[in-house]
Design a protein. Structure first.
Length: 94
């Protein structure tokens, strides 16, 4: 499945903040990580944080699009939308 994320690097702590709606009307998960956006460190921190939050292996989570952007599409291999919504505490649409 694909999860749309708005990532904020250089935060005080690594955390999933919750859901918002982007201008296109789709749900976007807001996430903050301590890592700086240098040499892919923030993307790696995002992948690790989402893997822990979703209870999946880190190898099953990868940034599929938006590697250089705050808005990212994260692919989670082998996870259905219902399990993702349950783990993140919010229903997914679309």
């Amino acid at each position: 499945m694909i999860l749309h994320v708005r990532l904020t690097p250089r935060a005080a702590a690594d955390r999933v903040e919750g859901w918002e709606t982007d201008p296109a009307g789709r749900p976007v998960l807001r996430v903050r990580v301590r890592a700086a956006p240098v040499d892919g460190a923030a993307n790696a921190a995002l992948e690790a944080l989402l893997a822990r939050a979703l209870g999946v292996a880190a190898a099953r989570v990868r940034v599929a699009r938006g590697g250089q952007s705050r808005l990212k599409a994260v692919e989670i291999e082998g996870l259905d939308p219902a399990a993702c919504a349950a783990a993140l505490g919010a229903p997914l649409a679309g």
